[in-house]
Design a protein around this ligand. Structure first.
Ligand code: PGA
Length: 258
């Protein structure tokens, strides 16, 4: 089984609908002063697709800073007004794609089967997917944490060829922690990451599950990055709000606990 060859901690910035080409350049001019090349970690940005090319040009001298898109269409081309394909993202300089972010699931109706189809398209294009999973507060309060995570993981694992299971990176993002300032406690993150890994193992094997990168996302800030990175099974973070300030995101990327 082909495994993810690079297991260095991953610090990912999800800019959502922020930063056009000009503010992307301004952000990077500042961020690259504050975050220096570090061999023991990886940093990847997910700007809006309209800023991908500007991002790639601005980071050309910094091959350590990765680039991805926030979403792609489940088809490779066609009459889909407003959409972009994984192949186009690759052509524009991206190496990664998010898929199944809770805002895509809730706002745009991406259900489990759509998330699986998009993941297949991302893998086929050669991009690396980060598949986002996570429960809502209502689901958590109803005791459905495990059921929801297992269902979301299974939907993707069942569709992806076993030889590609090792190419998947996951992000556990509890919906109640996204943009709310309320971060999962280290215990909550640990429990959820264990469930995600156990679900991966059910569809692949223990070795694949152990080697798979699982990120945490949801109100990650400079003040909680170290306690989150210390949680066994947390291999990195996916950061929204705090990735919009160069100083905050640089402080996160410079975390001592890797
Ligand atoms: P947040 O967003 O850091 O603003 O909570 C995280 C995410 O949605 O990926």
């Amino acid at each position: 089984m082909k495994m993810n060859p690079d297991r260095r901690p991953l610090f990912a910035a999800n800019w959502k609908m922020h930063n056009g080409p000009r503010s992307t350049r301004e952000f990077l001019a500042e961020f690259t002063q504050l975050y220096e090349v570090a061999q023991d970690r990886r940093v990847v940005f997910f700007p809006p697709s309209i800023s991908v090319e500007a991002f790639g040009l601005a980071t050309a001298p910094r091959s350590d800073i990765g680039l991805g898109v926030q979403d792609v269409h489940a088809d490779d081309a066609g009459a889909h007004t407003g959409a972009i394909s994984a192949t186009m993202a690759l052509e524009a300089g991206a190496s990664w794609s998010l898929v199944g972010h809770s805002e895509r699931r809730n706002e745009f109706g991406d259900d489990d089967s759509m998330v699986a189809r998009k993941t297949l398209q991302i893998l086929a294009s050669g991009l690396a997917p980060i598949v986002c999973v996570g429960e809502s507060l209502k689901e958590r309060d109803a005791g459905l944490l495990s059921e929801i995570l297992r269902r979301q993981v299974a939907a993707v694992m069942c569709m992806v060829e076993p030889e590609h299971h090792g190419r998947l990176t996951w992000a556990y993002e509890p919906v109640w922690a996204i943009g709310t300032g309320r971060t999962a406690s280290p215990e909550d993150a640990s429990e959820a990451h264990d469930i995600v890994r156990a679900s991966i193992a059910e569809h692949a094997d223990e070795l694949t599950a152990t080697d798979t990168m699982v990120l945490y996302g949801g109100s990650v800030k400079p003040s909680n990055i170290n306690s989150l990175m210390e949680v066994p099974g947390v291999n990195g973070v996916l950061v929204g709000g705090a990735s919009l300030q160069p100083t905050d995101f640089a402080a996160i990327c410079n975390a001592s606990a890797v």
